[in-house]
Design a protein around this ligand. Sequence first.
Ligand SMILES: NC(=O)c1ccc[n+]([C@@H]2O[C@H](COP(=O)([O-])OP(=O)(O)OC[C@H]3O[C@@H](n4cnc5c(N)ncnc54)[C@H](OP(=O)(O)O)[C@@H]3O)[C@@H](O)[C@H]2O)c1
Length: 399
Amino acid sequence: MSPVHGVAILGSTGSIGLSTLDVIARHPDRYRVRALVARASWRKIVEQALACRPDVVILTEPVAAAHAREALRAAGSPARVESGAEAVAAAVAAADVDTVMAAIVGAAGLMPTLAAVRAGKRVLLANKEALVMAGRLLIDEVRPAGAALIPIDSEHNAIFQCMPARYLPGEPAPGVTHVILTASGGPFRTTDPARLSRVTPDEACAHPKWKMGRKISVDSATLMNKGLEVIEATWLFGLPEAEVEVVVHPQSVVHSLVRYVDGSVLAQLGAPDMRTPIAQALAWPERIESGVAALDLAAVARLDFEAPDHARFPSLGLARAAARAGGTAPAVLNAANEVAVQAFLDGGLNFTAITTVIDEVLQRLESRAVRTLDDVLDADAAARRLAAATIETARGALV
Ligand SMILES: NC(=O)c1ccc[n+]([C@@H]2O[C@H](COP(=O)([O-])OP(=O)(O)OC[C@H]3O[C@@H](n4cnc5c(N)ncnc54)[C@H](OP(=O)(O)O)[C@@H]3O)[C@@H](O)[C@H]2O)c1
């Protein structure tokens, strides 16, 4: 019988966190949740803690942590409730945790993901922003720490599954010439471009194929999600940006592909449900049941592919330019995007202006070399300040 794996779930109250708990609940003999981590959703995390009985619950917002502590004590739960970055780092490094689901959204996920890598855990990486910001630093820590990095993004997980057995994270795989990321095209693939500046946050978050958190849903609608994924792929698979292709595939059945030097193209297919990559990464190199229905190819009937429309979605081009520039440029892109997306979700920026703000910030902040984590964090902070100022200055024109 395989040993029981101790799992820490960072971002347990989010979309990926919920799917992870769903898969784990199907295999109580195989996985034991040791730690749940979120920001402020205390009611949800209390419910989760009562169901899966972790040792520790962490909310980074102290007031929310106090509410959770009180509620869990009243329900007779023995779980410790903590707050703060040190508590998160200690939870991922705990001796009885061997697997960490890194599913905090945005730049906030960088330090906890790095802590999990440094602690030598099996890190299931949903938090693509960590790799976009600090790809070289993060990848370089994996092997010396004895960690494993398994991508959860459905595209990168598909590529991981199509890689040759001798693939090592961050290194070009023998015989592989390109990887091909598929993109659904998001909710506005065929929308009249003249209407795009008037679309609402709810329309942007109504993804045709995937149910996801609001930030990544907006990223999918602008295609910035694909841009971040191009950068993520360069680090995971050791390829230059030009060798990471993107193709629009509206059915979201082919999750991505790998091109080999002999002309072969390998693809991974499945229903658009994140429980498949989560189960694959949890059990790798074994396979476990995920709760996802079998793919019915006759019902799918056809698979369409088309080139991305760069004029309609300039984000992808901005991300590719940031990948080529290297250094701090991807961290700047990521930070400006986070600020602009939040402003859009809050009603303070129109949809097409998200890209305008990112472009402006990228043009004004020169890319610098990344030697230390501080270089990344400084670039992140500068880009956030500049993005906020750009939005403030242009208020009215961009709403
Ligand atoms: N959803 C998908 O299908 C999908 C697919 C591929 C990749 N991803 C990636 O997975 C990550 C999570 O996406 P999601 O859709 O699950 O996001 P989500 O639904 O918005 O959930 C975000 C999670 O992160 C937590 N969080 C936010 N800020 C935090 C902080 N400062 N400290 C600790 N926890 C914090 C949230 O806690 P609260 O609830 O308390 O705010 C929540 O648990 C993102 O990087 C996304 O790009 C998602």
